[in-house]
Design a protein around this ligand. Structure first.
Ligand SMILES: [Zn+2]
Ligand SMILES: [Zn+2]
Length: 307
């Protein structure tokens, strides 16, 4: 699984940073979180391709959605036929529809618009879900958490062979939790050869928000928390007034949630190419990896127990 930061600027673009957009790739699936102005050009610039399965919006401020009509129109020019669902916070579907209508964005492929409330699974698969959680940003907003299901425990091949299980389909059956009977009548149980289930990964993206307990819950033990950090701590009041967070506040959330890695994004234009203060103030507070990705930067999220 990896995450590519297509736009990392807060509110307005700068020459270094584009407004918000994040591409998450998991196995063969690709999700675009927020679509700031110029996102399609960032996709070209960083060679990600336009092949996306769904778009998930955190809120409808312009710096998160102005790239939507253009991207959908380009996909239409490219003769996309597959449906492209858009997930948006409950109460905002009409506004998304208006945005598309006002820009004559009327692609040939279906664009169903689904509303999500905190707690809803926007994407629900056997192996993982992408669930909305509550954020606090002076407009209707949500964050998103990709949560993988537990994975099967490790199969102890050596132990299975010692117990006399023949190499073949019985290995598979045991790994899937079914006892098997050997030729001599002995029964081998899964717990003899399969380890404890292993945790899946968790990646959380807040969108724009004040620090909230709901982010702490959503991000508990996350492998990666992507939290907005619009300001440094000397602009704390401004953060409060505008419904944003300082990097120190984002780090405090990461500390409470016990996340492995914190990526700060939605950086105010005042710090666009001088992010040291933001990074230092966050790093001082939390004993975890803190980074402020540049546009085009990708982060890989490996399994914690990857081989
Ligand atoms: Zn924003
Ligand atoms: Zn906003």
């Amino acid at each position: 699984m990896d995450v590519t930061f297509l736009g990392t600027s807060g509110a307005i673009p700068t020459t270094e940073r584009n407004p918000s957009a994040i591409l998450l790739r998991r196995e063969g699936e690709r999700f675009l979180f927020d679509v700031g102005e110029g996102t399609q050009r960032q996709m070209m610039r960083f060679s990600t391709g336009f092949d996306i399965d769904a778009i998930l919006l955190t809120h409808l401020h312009g710096d998160h959605v102005l790239g939507l009509p253009g991207l959908l129109q380009t996909l239409d020019f490219n003769e996309r036929t597959a449906s492209l669902p858009i997930y948006t916070p409950a109460g905002t579907a009409d506004t998304v529809a208006h945005l598309l209508k006002a820009t004559k964005t009327n692609p040939i492929y279906p664009v169903p618009i689904h509303e999500v409330s905190p707690g809803d699974a926007a994407v629900d698969r056997d192996e993982y879900t992408i669930r909305a959680f509550e954020t606090n940003h002076r407009t209707i907003s949500v964050g998103y958490a990709l949560i993988e299901a537990q994975r099967k425990g490790r199969f102890n091949r050596k132990r299975a062979e010692e117990l006399g299980v023949p190499v073949g389909p019985k290995f598979q059956q045991l790994h899937e939790g079914t006892p098997v009977e050997l030729d001599d009548g002995t029964v081998v149980y899964p717990e003899q050869v399969v380890g404890d289930p292993r945790p899946g990964r968790r990646v959380v993206y807040t969108g724009d928000t004040r620090p909230t307990d709901t982010t702490v819950s959503a991000a508990t033990d996350a492998d990666l928390l992507i939290h907005e950090a619009m300001f440094a701590s000397d602009r704390g009041n401004r953060a409060k007034q505008t419904g944003h967070s300082t990097s120190r506040e984002a780090a405090e959330i990461a500390r409470q949630a016990g996340v492995d890695r914190l990526a700060l994004t939605h950086i105010s234009s005042r710090y666009s190419n001088e992010t040291e203060q933001l990074e230092t103030e966050a790093s001082e507070l939390v004993n975890t990896d803190v980074c402020i990705p540049a546009d085009g930067e990708s982060l890989t999220v490996p399994y914690p127990d990857s081989d």
